[in-house]
Design a protein around this ligand. Structure first.
Ligand SMILES: O=C[C@H](O)COP(=O)(O)O
Length: 251
């Protein structure tokens, strides 16, 4: 049985007050089928871990995730955060290869592969983001782009069976244009098949959809057979919306 996950990526948003209201709001309604992960800006990670422990019960815990990490474990890299530092403050997950990192910070497939390897060596669960631009989709290159992004990571010293992959079409991120359930399912199925062919792990790893997921479209996306949950940006900053999205994952 594959893991179901809903992950909040706050990006450069939020504050301690939102952290408190989100933790209280989510933990006041438990019984989610999916594991729920919140990835706030890094300065809030330790505070989130404290709150996660304080609100945890035998059956429910909010998991802590980071939005990025260094490919290095230590050294003269001003401003960077090493995976084991993230682990030490309670992080279990890290998002890598997000299109904003690829496009705004020029992260290459090679750098992302290095980051994935280092993060896994330090026992972080990696959420690898992949996705095509609008131009690439219009030119029929979606599956080639997405599988090439994954292949670059599989070529490095990584454990494919421990990856979580988030398919996020770049044209759907923060635009209000969601991929249709059929478009998303087609790419997820292709990713699973590709992973089966290249490392035999396709049936076992969680594949998430991201890109303008909201309370009113989450259920239909998550009902697709190869979609195991979501990576949520804007709607993860609203307690009620995010709670509804978490509840939209069914067993
Ligand atoms: O990491 C999250 C994705 O970039 C999706 O963002 P969005 O839900 O605001 O479109």
């Amino acid at each position: 049985m594959r893991q179901s996950l809903v992950i909040a990526n706050w990006k450069l948003n939020g504050d301690l007050a939102l952290l408190d209201s989100m933790m209280n709001g989510l933990s006041s309604q438990t019984g989610y089928v999916a594991d729920v992960v919140i990835c706030p800006p890094a300065v809030y990670l330790a505070a989130m871990q404290q709150r996660s422990l304080a609100t945890a019960t035998d059956s429910f815990k909010l998991h802590v995730g980071a939005q990025n990490c260094s490919e290095h474990t230590q050294g003269a890299f001003t401003g960077e955060l090493a995976p084991q530092m993230l682990r030490e403050v309670g992080c279990e997950y890290v998002i890598l290869g997000h299109s904003e990192r690829r496009n705004l910070y020029a992260e290459t497939d090679a750098l992302i592969a290095q980051k994935v390897a280092t993060a896994q060596q330090q026992q972080l669960k990696v959420v690898l983001c992949v996705g095509e631009s609008l131009e690439q989709r219009e030119q029929g290159q979606t599956l080639d782009v997405v599988t090439a992004q994954i292949a670059a990571v599989l070529a490095a010293d990584v454990d494919a069976s421990q990856l979580i992959i988030a398919y996020e079409p770049v044209w759907a991120i923060g635009t209000g244009k969601t991929a249709t359930p059929e478009q998303a399912q087609e790419v997820h199925a292709a990713i699973r098949q590709f992973l089966n062919q290249h490392s035999g792990v396709g049936e076992h790893i969680a594949l998430l959809y991201g890109g303008s997921v909201k309370a009113d479209n989450a259920a239909v996306l998550f009902a697709q057979p190869d979609i195991d949950g979501g990576l949520i940006g804007g709607a993860s900053l609203d307690v009620e919306q995010f709670r509804a999205i978490c509840s939209a994952v069914k067993g």
